[in-house]
Design a protein around this ligand. Structure first.
Ligand code: SAM
Length: 237
């Protein structure tokens, strides 16, 4: 899968993709991340990418021309399989289901906004979708792009050691967690400062362990994320 990222801070991405799963996915050729500097598509001496908002008001807005030119030059013959996603606090909320969908795409281009945002013609006429990573406002789309790429990368076949590992993750509707949180985990030492790992996990009885984990996942979901539980059936109320 190929990700393009369009940004005015290309150096931002030296860190997020240099470690762990994403770095390994790049090394083995499953994931290709191409970072593009938006200023390369400006023509003035100052490499201007922003301008004041029409109608007045605070801040600056990313101009449409460099963004359109960049996409048209990266994809001169853009096909329906080449999708542009605009990172935006106003977008549709990114979640595991959306990540699953994106992991089936071949090539995506993420536009990172800055300042007060991006000229609305980009959302209307260039982007296929507008994506928000949560109900809060970041200073720029770079962190959001890194979140999207990291989340999608671990879903690509062959990236995680075990093909099914992502199916054990929290929020995976079709996986083992059935949309709930993953079960809690413990490791050695079995007794740490008097806090003991659950005995059942040490006894090697796989059926008991499976039942314990399923119950523990439900309890943790009920405690921290009751919104994820399926609605109670009338007889359970
Ligand atoms: N004025 C905008 C608003 O209130 O919706 C916020 C602009 S924000 C300071 C600058 C850029 O950060 C946005 O254009 C977008 O690319 C990115 N951004 C901010 N919050 C985001 C979020 N929750 N999800 C994705 N991108 C976000």
């Amino acid at each position: 899968m190929i990700f393009h990222v369009l940004t005015i801070f290309p150096e931002f991405f030296a860190g997020p993709f240099a470690h762990g799963v994403v770095s390994r996915a790049r090394d083995i050729g499953i994931l290709d991340i191409r970072i593009h500097n938006l200023r390369d598509w400006t023509s003035d001496r100052h490499k201007t990418v922003d301008d004041r908002p029409f109608g007045g008001g605070e801040g600056m807005v990313l101009k449409p021309e460099p963004l359109f030119l960049a996409v048209e030059s990266i994809w001169p013959q853009r096909t329906a399989a080449q999708k542009v996603l605009l990172l935006s606090a106003q977008g549709r909320r990114f979640d595991q289901a959306m990540a699953n969908g994106l992991s089936r795409e071949a090539e995506l281009l993420l536009i990172c906004g800055r300042y007060e945002g991006v000229d609305e013609r980009v959302a209307a006429h260039l982007a296929d979708d507008e994506i928000s990573i949560g109900n809060y406002v970041l200073s720029g789309g770079e962190l959001a792009a890194a979140v999207v790429i990291d989340t999608v990368a671990r879903l690509l076949p062959g990236v995680l050691g075990n093909e099914t590992s992502a199916a054990f993750d929290s929020f995976q509707e079709s996986g083992h967690t059935e949309g709930l949180l993953d079960c809690p985990h413990w490791t050695r030492p079995a007794d740490f400062r008097g806090w003991k790992a659950p005995e059942v996990l040490l006894n090697g009885n796989h059926e008991e362990i499976r039942r314990f984990r399923s119950q523990a996942a439900r309890e943790k979901t009920a405690r921290l994320r009751p919104d994820l539980l399926p609605p109670a059936r009338p007889e359970e109320e």
